[in-house]
Design a protein around this ligand. Structure first.
Ligand SMILES: [Zn+2]
Length: 336
């Protein structure tokens, strides 16, 4: 291909002659157009390089964004891991709190029972204690679900509310019991309820019996408690010594006056350690067991009198702590 150029008044004509002798092709262009071509080329090059730079920049920005996303996703991951750990810790604590509430409830049950026992001891009834507290644990392992935890929270709310109410009730019941116990204690102290010696073996009851001397029926005005020579004899209630002395029937004897027209007599003593006018506390020593007077062996003849009329002492003695041995009563008395 040949290119021919000729000048023609500010215009150029380009002639293209094919080598194989085919028809020629002619192009005409003004000098202005020719001058514009390099400018156009330069403009194109500038546009291309600008586009290239822009693309480079946006790629760099994308890379940066990717890096930033990777960084933040890493920090989110560690934050989520930390929160997961915190949630697990809270769930564990929640379960522990629920178990503690169970423990407190079972202790309250025991306190309830104790309060009921104390209340029936002093003579008034209270609602019976509830039971729970199961021993022994085990079973299959299942992961707790969110629903389980929600139920646990709901249950805990109820449990703590009921614990609060029960503590209030128990406090009230115990305060009432304490007052009753104090009253009962005072009442027991001023009535002849204290077993008057160590031995609790009654060798002869109150009432009509065959007299050991005459072998005929006769009224026995007290109870005989078989004991050993020298065993201590105790005042059966708070009171004042009204009389002490000796006669052939009673032997060495003591008479004590108590409140509400009550008095007690102690006979056949080997020795007496009080004198008329002494003010005594329940359980104070008044003498020793002997066999003086009308007696076949060492024993204490013990009488309870209501306005000077002898009555069976057993109901009075039974008012005291049932089944509690005398030495425990003595110990309690001495700890007061
Ligand atoms: Zn007797």
């Amino acid at each position: 291909m040949k290119k021919k150029r000729r000048f023609s008044g500010g215009r150029f004509t380009f002639l293209v002659l094919p080598d194989d002798g085919g028809p020629s092709v002619r192009f005409r262009a003004s000098t202005l157009l020719l001058a514009a071509i390099p400018i156009l080329i330069l403009a194109l090059a500038a546009t291309a390089s600008t586009l290239y730079l822009l693309q480079e920049r946006s790629e760099w920005k994308m890379d940066r964004l990717h890096q930033q996303i990777a960084l933040s996703s890493g920090s989110y991951k560690s934050e989520i891991a930390f929160k997961d750990a915190s949630i697990r810790q809270l769930q564990k604590q929640m379960v522990e709190f629920a178990q503690q509430a169970e423990d407190v409830q079972s202790r309250l049950d025991q306190l309830d029972k104790l309060a009921s026992a104390m209340q029936s001891f002093v003579g008034f009834d209270a609602p019976g204690g509830k039971t729970n507290a199961e021993d022994g644990v085990g079973g299959e392992l299942f992961a707790a679900t969110d629903n389980d935890y929600r139920q646990l929270i709901d249950g805990m709310d109820e449990k703590y509310a009921s614990l609060d109410a029960r503590i209030g009730e128990l406090k009230e019941a115990l305060t009432r019991t304490h007052t009753e116990v104090q009253k009962k204690k005072q009442q027991l102290r001023t009535t002849p309820t204290f077993w008057p010696t160590y031995s609790q073996r009654i060798s002869s009851p109150f009432g009509v019996r065959i007299d050991p001397f005459t072998s005929n029926p006769a009224k026995h005005t007290g109870i005989d408690i078989a004991g050993s020579f020298g065993d201590p004899v105790f005042a059966a209630a708070d009171g004042t010594v009204a009389e002490t002395g000796f006669n052939s029937a009673r032997g060495n004897y003591v008479l004590i006056r108590h409140k509400q027209g009550l008095s007690t007599k102690y006979m056949h003593l080997s020795s007496i350690s009080v004198t008329a006018g002494d003010v005594l506390k329940q359980g104070d020593d008044i003498g020793l067991i002997g066999s003086t007077g009308r007696s076949t062996g060492p024993h204490l003849h013990f009488e309870v009198l209501e306005h000077d009329v002898p009555v069976d002492p057993k109901p009075y003695l039974n008012m005291a702590m049932k089944g509690m041995p005398t030495d425990v009563q003595v110990l309690e008395k001495r700890q007061d």
